[in-house]
Ligand binder design. Structure first.
Ligand code: MF3
Ligand code: CO
Ligand code: CO
Length: 258
């Protein structure tokens, strides 16, 4: 992923990305009302798979990854201390006060729409509320740093500055990524870093920005399932993700409703 060349997408390809992205946003809107105490993460997964198929799309996460341990479900559901790539499970029942990130990636006409949001289950603790609000603002500030001539490091610097000013930390082990007909490709987009560093942004680049922001330490550990990443200290982690395109004079978010 790191050393490949960065592909610039044509406006026709970006239109297709926008169609996939819009379906992804619609899917999150469709799932949002299910986020309630008593619902299992598997029920959310199964509704996502059914809805995706009914809309003629394919769930990219299902079967993605290494042949000896492919991701087994259609979406990622990352609850509380789970940083990312949580696997939906019938035994995982949402309870009052939880936070849950739902990350969806439908493939439409060969192109991927990759987006996620963190939802509250019932009423959040003040800390959870602040973490989720700061994380959402981190994504917005990261997106605002995107325009031709700016550099990849400008994105991470904007995110890191705001997260740390609010007493939180930025996950290092997972980054944003180029996305097109390929799910994960160059460039890598760290959510930390130094302004003015890294490759220059050019019109036609399409990638995700998906900051994972932690209440405590930024360090993450991987569970034995080979997918679920959790915070090392067991404290909360939140995430928001959009797929964006660099345009002639700025940025366009591709994972919005049309
Ligand atoms: N949607 C995730 C991302 O933002 C990737 C999930 S890969 C999976 O990049 F296999 F875990 F689903
Ligand atoms: Co995603
Ligand atoms: Co992504």
């Amino acid at each position: 992923m790191g050393s490949e060349r960065i592909t610039l997408l044509s406006s026709r390809e970006i239109d297709k990305m926008r169609r996939a992205g819009s379906l992804a946003a619609q899917l999150l809107n469709h799932l949002a009302p299910m986020v309630k105490p008593g619902v299992s993460t598997l029920e959310i997964n199964d509704e996502a798979e059914k809805w995706t198929q009914a809309h003629g799309a394919v769930s990219a996460p299902l079967g993605y990854g290494p042949k000896n341990n492919p991701f087994p479900k259609s979406i990622c559901t990352s609850v509380n201390e789970v940083v990312c790539h949580g696997i939906p499970n019938a035994k995982q029942i949402l309870k009052e006060g939880d936070i849950i990130n739902i990350d969806v990636t439908p493939i439409v006409d060969g192109y991927h729409g990759d987006t996620s949001r963190t939802f509250f289950v019932g009423t959040p603790s003040p800390t959870a509320q602040k973490l989720v609000e700061v994380t959402k603002e981190c994504l917005e500030r990261g997106i605002a740093a995107v325009k031709p001539g700016n550099r990849i490091g400008d994105i991470g610097a904007a995110i890191q500055e705001y997260a740390e000013a609010n007493g939180f930390s930025v996950v290092r082990d997972f980054v944003g990524h180029g996305v097109s007909h390929i799910f994960h490709t160059a460039p890598q987009i760290p959510h930390y870093g130094r302004a003015g560093k890294g490759k220059k942004l050019k019109p036609g680049m399409v990638f995700t920005i998906e900051p994972m922001i932690n209440e405590g330490t930024w360090e993450a550990i991987m569970l034995d399932d080979g997918w679920t990443a959790v915070t090392k200290d067991g404290k909360l982690s939140a995430q928001f993700e959009h797929t964006i395109a660099v345009t002639k004079d700025g940025v366009q978010i591709l994972t919005l409703l049309d």
